[in-house]
Design a protein around this ligand. Sequence first.
Ligand SMILES: [Cu+2]
Length: 342
Amino acid sequence: MPHARPRAALVLAPALLPLLASAASAHAVLERKEAAPNAAYRGVVQIMHGCDGRPTTRVSVTIPEGVTGAKPMPKPGWTLATTRSAYAKPYPSFHGTVSEGVTTITWSGGSLPDDQVDEFTFLARVSDDFAPGATIYFPVEQDCSEGGYHWSEVPAPGEGARALKSPAPAVRIVANTAGKTAAPAAPALAKTDAKTEAGTRAGALAIETPWLRATPGGAKVAGGYVTLRNTGAEPDRLTGATIARAGRGEIHSMSTENGVMKMASVEGGLPIAPGESVALKPGGLHLMFLDLTEGLRAGETVSGTLTFERAGTIPVTFSVAPIGAQAPGAAAPETGGHAHHH
Ligand SMILES: [Cu+2]
């Protein structure tokens, strides 16, 4: 995906990306990297290696503030221990409120050889204090017959996790679109009136065919496209976008100056006048998602949100079209030439 150098310093030369992507390979990871606010989360800590060839003998996970009602799953051959403590504040639950619960879970006394993998499971509930786009960290301690690791580093605000030597396993908060929970949906999300395969309608705003371009291996940026139609009488403004798997989203414009394609961040959001339709499409206005944690593959769907000044934050499901596609559902273009597709 050749990318012209923008005025804003936000695009990296593709050749540099693999260097930046190389992080410490964590031995302890969470199998499920997404959770929804006000919904259950099944945490599965996977231990992928021991310590320098030695077997893992103890695994301990810390349940962060805002994750309530944690319950571990026992494991044959391992002794289970939990500590309970008071939460920083009470959280609503099915039975009124909860103000304390399990905050650490430890499995010990077993022996997991270095060349085998195993899973340590807990169930918990994510409170609706977390908005889509937020990240929760579950620090994990791994001890071996000799040595051990603390996967407990949490990135500072505005920083990526890739620079960290031993990052805590992270879970990204995504919009709760399924409506499976008995409790009311997160208040941070605007009410959507209708949702179809092709799009979403929220009040006067129609969000049509949100789609993303699949990314080549190792790429950390992805383009996103959508058509926004304002059927109301008041102006609105697109101010932000998120997808699960991306550290952040931006709204970009693209223009040609002296034959060179330039990308710039749209300052102050993208206005959508009453009765108007704004198309974000390849070669023009687009969403740009940065710091991808995982590549996007053609054919899959990715949940995300679009935030508007008036309509609020609206959950959106993006479909993923092939690398370089010019439209959703279109095939990848012929390679060759030097088109600056983006
Ligand atoms: Cu861009």
